[in-house]
Design a protein. Structure first.
Length: 456
């Protein structure tokens, strides 16, 4: 059949609050024009993030009833450990309450001021944890990543020449590890090829530099490898994922993405000495190493969810949704990052609003317009989130100005996406009315979460 259906049926519903345009305007003003500060109930379609916002399966809910809440060595830990070990092949496994906790432990235990951490592209908390330790988070995306309209199949790849140049300039001693984010969220949810991962591994091995995978969306990346990379078409997603992890020395993960859970993460590695450092700090920050800040029921949900995310039918359905949105919006002329990414639609705001100064944060204008038009909450991935201040204290914009509409897993149905298309179409038609914004209050780090804006 040509029609791809959801590989599940709905057993429980949750009401949505339908608000008026007047209600939304008042709510946005009360939130200082920052959608992070809105009440969730005031968001009809909430696409702020796909992290921890998915619907769990009957198998996951059943597994939660088996949760063993023993402090140390619980049965739930054993099932979690076995699931993570089967997929990653790593010797040392540490649960954490979410992915940024794993990043924080890795950074605190390994980094020192002045270190350089290359990545295809760091996401927000990864960069912040590195910079908090005084190190430098360096993005080395491939050239195609900057062309939002290029139909390259693996725009999440790392620039191999750039990686070699980084090592030559700074020396291997200044690079305690390198990272690869799969899929590349910052660049539009774009996948990393196995060939590129092997090339990165080879370059790092020449200089004895460890490779860490940011594995939040490892299953989606495995799906793209199967669909787009020669030689993988008949491989199981689990097999592809195992090959990906075999090229790495460690990984961080938020299980709120491809763990299909509402909370949780892990830090894994092969090195015994690193593991000892991680274990000590884990106990201090998260809890005993066999629960890591999670209840036994959460460990159970993740153990099941990691395997469900590697289900081929599930991935086909998920990506069909993204492709459906891409096809409909392309027909309207709406500019987006192409090809379709793994977990979201990324609107290309620089093409939507070409004459707007990036330091008036056009992405915030589009995000707020989506909310005002239809109660849709999205997120800016542009100069607010990824801009920076140079050595003279002058603010520099992000190379890309994107708005991400991230799709929670197994949550919304076809009519929700048709409604979303109507909202985006309205914003696109009325884009010349979108104002710029200025920041009136901001913290020094991760400002996008809590800063205040006002329209210009």
């Amino acid at each position: 059949m040509r029609t791809i259906i959801e590989p599940f049926r709905i057993k429980m519903t949750e009401p949505l609050k339908i608000t008026s345009a007047k209600d939304r305007a008042a709510a946005l003003e009360a939130a200082h024009h920052n959608v992070f500060l809105l009440d969730a109930e005031d968001c009809c379609i909430d696409l702020l993030t796909d992290s921890g916002t998915g619907a769990m399966s009957t198998e996951q809910w059943a597994a939660m009833m088996l949760g063993d809440e023993s402090y140390a060595g619980s049965r739930s830990w054993k099932r979690f450990e076995a699931s993570v070990a089967e997929i990653t092949g790593m010797k040392h496994i540490f649960p954490t309450h979410q992915g940024r906790a794993a990043e924080g432990i890795l950074a605190a235990c390994v980094l020192k001021p002045g270190d350089i951490i290359p990545n295809n592209s760091h996401f927000d908390t990864t960069r912040a944890n590195i910079e908090y330790c005084g190190a430098i988070a360096l993005n080395l995306p491939c050239a195609e990543a900057f062309d939002t309209q290029a139909e390259a199949p693996f725009k999440g790849n790392m620039d191999i020449a750039g990686l070699r140049a980084c090592i030559a300039e700074h020396g291997a001693g200044k690079i305690p590890f390198a990272m690869m984010t799969v899929t590349n969220n910052t660049g539009g949810g774009q996948p990393v090829s196995m060939a590129n991962l092997r090339d990165v591994r080879a370059v790092l091995s020449e200089h004895k530099i460890p490779l860490i995978i940011d594995a939040c969306r490892f299953a989606e990346n495995a799906y793209f490898v199967r669909e787009r990379e020669p030689g993988y078409r008949d491989r199981e997603l689990l097999d592809i994922a195992q090959e990906m992890f075999s090229l790495a020395d460690g990984a961080t993960m938020s299980c709120k993405k491809d763990g299909l859970a509402n909370i949780g993460g892990f830090l894994v590695c092969r090195d015994d000495e690193w593991a000892e450092r991680f274990r000590s700090l884990l106990i201090l920050r998260e809890g005993f190493p066999t629960y890591g800040g999670l209840a036994g029921r959460d460990l159970e949900a993740i153990a099941v969810g990691l395997k469900e995310a590697l289900g081929y039918d599930y991935q086909v359905y998920r990506h069909a949704t993204v492709e459906y949105m891409m096809t409909r919006l392309t027909a309207m002329g709406v500019p987006m990052v192409r090809p379709a990414g793994g977990h979201a639609i990324f609107l290309d705001v620089r093409q939507m609003l070409p004459d707007m100064d990036p330091l008036t944060y056009p992405g915030i204008g589009v995000v707020n317009a989506l909310y005002l038009a239809g109660g849709v909450r999205a997120v800016e991935l542009g100069s607010v989130m990824f801009g920076h201040f140079d050595s003279d204290g002058v603010e520099q914009p992000s190379p890309l100005e994107l708005v991400r509409l991230a799709f929670p897993r197994r949550v919304y149905t076809q009519s929700h996406f048709d409604y979303l298309i109507e909202v985006i179409e309205q914003v696109w038609r009325e884009r010349n009315r979108i104002p710029g914004h200025r920041i009136t209050q901001q913290p020094k780090m991760l400002r996008h979460f809590t800063c205040h804006f006002e329209p210009i």
